[in-house]
Write a protein that binds this ligand. Structure first.
Ligand code: SF4
Ligand code: SF4
Length: 307
């Protein structure tokens, strides 16, 4: 039995009625169709996903070339049969609803995602979680929007019987202070926070987190820090915040993060017309500043570049 990437054998991302075992920004093997009538097994054991598992198990990573984990030996393990019973980790990525409209993520505002906010979407999600509740260890919300901006996801947090399932929250931190009291039921179930901030000061923040309030984000960070759960901070690097990387890495320490992950723009929803914004591009006029900033930032323990 060879060691191979364990992600496809442990993890499922749930999108608009379809699933992918890895982040779709990072690989090219998923069956993208909107079908909220699919059975949970048809998603977890879908033909495209099964084929990707077979490839990875045989050491073939040809579909994974954009993935930062492809060279991470720590993610590799011998695969045993228990994955057939269901996923350990579920990432809910089925709604674009967000109170912000960062240009690095979307072209405009999405205060409500009609497809995702439908009753059939809600039924599909609950059916999936119910079906695999004995294998699931942790559910993470929300990979494609802001959980506290989505009425459906706040309702899910409050109404689903989570039992021993842990919850991870991905958030921009701007709404949590206002919404925290409304999700009392899951306070004890939250196991981690992942917060994307992309700035260490209001001026930079206003250039990258469109529609966001710096003061609200800082108040949200204070609440998260006081909860004392494991925290990962994300910083997507572009021409707008490249001069703030080292300052951010230093400033971030006040929130006591487990890790600070510096993420090249090309690892997100990169578009062809972003060439001027991607400072990692060879020949970019700000590339030398990037190198200096990264050299300083990554000397701080826990700060790493997702390359
Ligand atoms: S290397 Fe990345 S894309 Fe490939 S199977 Fe692992 S997590 Fe998925
Ligand atoms: S806060 Fe996050 S989900 Fe919302 S627009 Fe910005 S990057 Fe996208």
């Amino acid at each position: 039995m060879i060691n191979c990437c364990k992600v496809p054998f442990e993890t499922i991302y749930l999108h608009h009625g379809w699933g992918s075992t890895c982040c779709p920004n990072w690989y090219d093997a998923y069956d993208k169709r909107t079908d909220y009538t699919q059975e949970p097994q048809d998603v977890w054991r879908g033909a495209v996903i099964e084929s990707h598992r077979r490839e990875v198990a045989s050491g073939d990573y040809s579909l994974c070339q954009r993935c930062p984990l492809v060279a991470d030996e720590g993610m590799k393990a011998p695969i045993r049969g228990d994955w057939e019973h269901g996923p350990k980790y579920v990432h809910i990525a089925d709604s674009m609803t967000c109170n912000l409209h960062c240009w690095s993520c979307r072209a405009g505002r999405c205060l409500s995602d009609p497809l995702a906010d439908s009753e059939s979407a809600e039924r599909f999600l609950r059916r999936f979680l119910e079906h695999y509740r004995t294998t699931i260890e942790e559910v993470t919300l929300l990979n494609s929007g802001e959980v506290f901006a989505s009425q459906r996801h706040v309702r899910l947090l409050n109404e689903f019987d989570w039992g021993t399932i842990g919850i991870g929250i991905i958030t921009n931190a701007t709404l949590i202070e206002r919404k925290w009291a409304t999700v009392q039921k899951i306070h004890g179930s939250i196991q981690r926070f992942i917060v994307s901030l992309d700035a260490s000061n209001e001026e930079t923040y206003s250039k990258v987190r469109l529609g966001g309030s710096w003061d609200a984000a800082v108040r949200g960070m204070e609440l998260i820090r006081d909860l004392g759960r494991p925290l990962v901070l994300h910083y997507v690097i572009s021409d707008k915040n490249v001069r703030d990387i080292a300052r951010f890495a230093d400033w971030a320490q006040r929130w006591a993060p487990e890790r600070v992950e510096l993420i090249p723009l090309a690892r997100t929803y990169a578009r062809d017309d972003w060439a001027d914004r991607d400072v990692f591009r060879s020949g970019h006029s700000l590339n030398h500043i990037l190198q200096t900033e990264l050299a300083t930032a990554t000397t701080i323990p826990g700060v790493r570049l997702l390359s």
